[in-house]
Every structure is written in C-alpha cells, then in structure tokens.
Design a protein around this ligand. Structure first.
Ligand code: SAM
Length: 237
C-alpha cells in the first residue's frame, strides 16, 4: 500500500517509523511519504492560510498550495480528517485496507477551503472522516489513528491474524476481559474457568462476557447486533 500524507507539520509523523507500522515500512508492505504543504507555496513567508470569506474568527487553508500538492501526489483515495466527516469505523478501516493508494490531507486552523475537497472529488474518491464528536487542533493525530487502524489489517502485518477476528468490533461486539500470569495478583484471581483447560466452557464464558460488556457499555452496538447472530445460550447471557 502506498500512502501520501500532506501536512504543515511533517515532523508529527515520526511515530509512523516505530513499532509494527515502522516494520511494515521496512519490510515493504507499506510505502509512506510525508509531504510538507509549504513546499507548494510561492511567497517568501510560505503562507498556507488566509482570512475566511464572510468574516468570523480564525484562518482558513488556502486552495492553491493544496491543489498543487494533490496534483503532485497523483490519484488515489483522498481521506480528509474533519469533525464534519462521517464517524470513522472498523468497517471503514477494512474497506481502506483493500486499496492501493491512500492520500491524507491534514487540515489546520478552521480547516481547508471547501473547493479543494470538491475539486479533488471530481477526479478521485474522497472521504471526510471524523474521529469523534470533539475538535482537535489538526488532522495529524487523526491520520496516525486512522493509519494504525488500517495498517494492522494489512496481510502480514500482525504476527497472528486470528487477533483480528477475535477482537472488539470485529463482529459487532466488544471483546471479553483478558488476563495473563500470574494467576493471583494483589489478591485478585484470574477467573477459574480460564484456567480450566475446557475450551468449550472458555469460549462460552468469553462469549457471555462479550455480550454483557457490549450491552452495558455500548447499548448502541447491541441495538443493531443482528438477532440471527444470537443463539439460545446468548439470550440467557
Ligand atoms: N472549524 C472546524 C469545525 O468547526 O468543524 C474545526 C477545524 S479543526 C480546529 C482543524 C483540523 O483538525 C480540521 O481541519 C481537521 O483536519 C482536524 N480535526 C479536528 N477535529 C477532528 C475530528 N474530530 N476528527 C478528525 N479530524 C479533526
């Protein structure tokens, strides 16, 4: 997968050299290029913003450097993090993980001139995505979050691909609690059933915990969980 990231703070992306994303880059599964938007400015101050038409507080990112930057990186799927975007989900991560070329445009200030997004949408798929109902300083952190969600789905990135099928949001539920050694810590015991070696009972316990957690913490998820996916024992839980 090829990823181009355009930002006025390229140094924000140092974490993409670490851990499993860094490894995916060195093994060639992922090719990331981070571009400084100011490369495409033409004035001595390397200006990327101006006052908003119609008045109001703050500054808006000018269209010219963005237009040139997007022309330079070519066509792909453009992802624009924005609080006005659709909420980013695991399903989006799966869809994006199938694509060959992603382009991320990191907004700052009051955001990017709308014509940049409209112009790009005339020649490539564009997704405005929100991380949640709050406002960040800029799109950089959002891009790192979205990249993590996508890159861990790329074949060969995770050591054990089963992790992907058994984790939260894989099948519309939250994962059950997890434990490791020691069996007793600060007088808190690992649930007996997980030490029983009875794989059938362990699977049932995990399923029950997953359902209970989802129902209590995320009734919105439980409300849309398909009734057909529930068996008789699930209904008891
Ligand atoms: N004026 C914008 C508004 O009210 O919708 C907020 C702009 S915000 C200060 C600057 C940039 O941060 C945005 O262009 C976007 O790139 C990023 N950003 C802020 N909140 C975000 C969120 N919840 N999800 C994704 N990106 C966000």
């Amino acid at each position: 997968m090829r990823v181009d990231i355009i930002s006025i703070f390229p140094e924000y992306f140092a974490p993409l050299e670490l851990s499993l994303i860094g490894k995916a880059r060195t093994t060639g599964l992922l090719d990331v290029a981070v571009h400084d938007l100011r490369t495409w400015t033409s004035d001595v101050h390397r200006t990327v913003d101006d006052t908003p038409y119609g008045g109001g507080p703050g500054m808006v990112m000018r269209p010219e450097p963005w237009g040139q930057a997007l022309d330079a990186v070519g066509e792909g799927t453009l992802i624009v993090p924005s609080p006005v975007g659709r909420p980013f989900t695991q399903a989006d991560a799966h869809e994006l993980a199938e694509l060959d070329h992603l382009i991320f445009a990191c907004g700052r200030y009051e955001g990017i001139d709308q014509r940049v997004i409209d112009d790009a949408a005339a020649r490539m798929p564009v997704r405005e995505v929100s991380l949640g109902d709050y406002v960040l300083f800029g799109g950089e952190v959002a891009v790192i979050v979205i990249m993590e969600a996508i890159v861990r789905l790329l074949p060969g990135v995770l050591g054990n691909a089963d992790s992907l099928t058994e984790e939260s949001h894989a099948a519309g539920l939250l994962e059950s609690p997890v434990y490791t050694k020691p069996a007793s810590w600060r007088s808190r015991e690992v649930p007996e059933i997980l030490r029983s070696g009875d794989h059938g009972k362990i699977a049932r316990w995990r399923r029950d915990q997953s359902l209970l957690r989802t129902a209590s913490r995320r009734p919105d998820m439980m409300a849309v969980y398909p009734a057909d996916n529930l068996d008789k024992k699930d209904r008891k839980a």
